[in-house]
Design a protein around this ligand. Structure first.
Ligand SMILES: Cc1cc2nc3c(=O)[nH]c(=O)nc-3n(C[C@H](O)[C@H](O)[C@H](O)COP(=O)(O)OP(=O)(O)OC[C@H]3O[C@@H](n4cnc5c(N)ncnc54)[C@H](O)[C@@H]3O)c2cc1C
Length: 351
């Protein structure tokens, strides 16, 4: 089949990868240049945390996220380029006066998942992160992990190009119709078309933008290995460790379609919370500031739809990296069913 996919964020790239592996011909359209990091996916901290996210999310997110955790190691192995991936569990902690928040967090997980105790352990934070011993107690969510999103997106891009995907960069798509992808000047014909435009699909879907701000810190004096969340009544943060003493500090969540630089207020909140977790963050260097908008639907759940000749993956909100392998798998199941039905209908006509 000749497949057209619009949008080269995590959803579009991963869908292209699964399609090309099945032997289909794939054309991937994106309005940005090939080496651009403007897609929301490039902003992501790469947290793979289905259980800890369950505190505020629906069980569907946990189920899809758990499926993705199962799929990720194989996916990373398939790609010809290195992707930083670590699965040693995540930590959740709080300052002494906020321990009530930590208890609330734990009871929410227990309430939403009956066998929660199989995956969440009460620990002394010092057992996992000696430099955070002053935090006292905390939770260790045993199966969680993180990956370097930029290396994943780059590895997907290189692997797709090597397999012969046609990458139409700097092509702004105006309309997606069954069998057709239209720009201002051209119409491209495909057997099947897929819309993975994130916020770019806002004319077709009731999407809203949720602004996220994130800081990259380099802190040679700090040694933290685990993805660590600090729960707090007002300023919740996470610290995501990367190689070379780099720590991603995030992230704000603001209901606004605003791509302007990180605000002073957000910087103050994020950095103060990080400093309260580890005093050596005071000497860290801010090496990058990241802003983007998460594409969210009214129910904050992902949409995976193959209807009236158009496939759509969208609404990945704050979990796009976590959910992508599982939602793309769902799309591939729908696609194979649709192709089966189509072939049966053709056979019936021919016989
Ligand atoms: C600060 C921040 C931190 C985050 N951290 C995490 C995290 O730790 N873990 C996690 O799982 N998720 C995280 N997320 C969420 C995640 O980034 C998103 O859910 C995900 O990137 C959405 O991916 P997507 O492929 O749907 O959209 P996008 O990445 O936005 O991709 C859409 C693509 O479509 C293209 N496009 C749009 N319109 C057109 C058009 N008309 N023609 C051609 N091309 C078009 C765009 O150029 C873009 O490349 C975070 C988000 C933010 C902002």
């Amino acid at each position: 089949m000749n497949i057209g996919i619009v949008g080269a964020g995590i959803a579009g790239r991963l869908l292209a990868w699964q399609m090309i592996k099945k032997g289909h011909e794939v054309t991937l359209f994106d309005k940005n240049p090939l080496d651009s990091e403007a897609a929301c996916s490039f902003a992501a901290a790469g947290i793979l945390s289905p259980l800890a996210e369950l505190e505020m999310a629906e069980p569907t997110i946990f189920e899809l996220g758990t499926r993705s955790m199962h799929l990720y190691p194989k996916l990373i192995e398939e790609l010809d380029y290195p992707v930083f991936y670590r699965q040693i569990g995540s930590l959740v902690t709080a300052h002494g006066s906020d321990k009530v928040e930590l208890n609330h967090f734990h009871s929410m997980l227990r309430h939403k998942l009956s066998d929660c105790d199989n995956y969440v352990q009460n620990i002394s934070i010092a057992d996992k992160e000696p430099e955070l011993a002053h935090m006292g107690d905390g939770l260790w969510v045993t199966d969680e992990g993180q990956l370097d999103t930029i290396s994943l997106l780059n590895a997907l891009q290189q692997s797709l190009l090597k397999k012969g995907v046609q990458w139409k960069e700097q092509v702004e798509v105006q309309a997606i119709e069954p069998g057709k992808i239209k720009t201002a000047t051209d119409t491209y014909r495909h057997d099947w078309v897929f819309d993975c435009r994130g916020m770019g699909a806002k004319k077709e879907l009731p999407l809203r933008a949720v602004r996220g701000e994130l800081l990259w810190l380099q802190a040679p004096d700090i040694k933290i290995e685990h993805l660590t969340r600090l729960v707090h009544p007002r300023y919740r943060i996470y610290i995501v460790p990367r190689p070379d003493n780099i720590y991603l500090l995030g992230a704000t969540e603001i209901e606004s379609e605003d791509y302007s630089p990180v605000s002073v207020r957000s910087s103050l909140e994020l950095l103060s919370a990080a400093y309260s977790l580890h005093k050596s963050f005071g000497e860290a260097r801010i090496i990058k500031q990241v802003v983007n908008c998460r594409p969210a639907l009214p129910d904050n759940l992902p949409k995976v739809e193959l209807k009236d000749g158009i496939g759509r993956i969208n609404g990945l909100y704050r979990h796009g990296i976590l959910l992508a392998p599982a939602v793309v798998e769902q799309m591939m199941i729908k696609f194979n069913q649709a192709m089966g039905a189509h072939n049966e209908a053709e056979n019936a006509v021919n016989s």
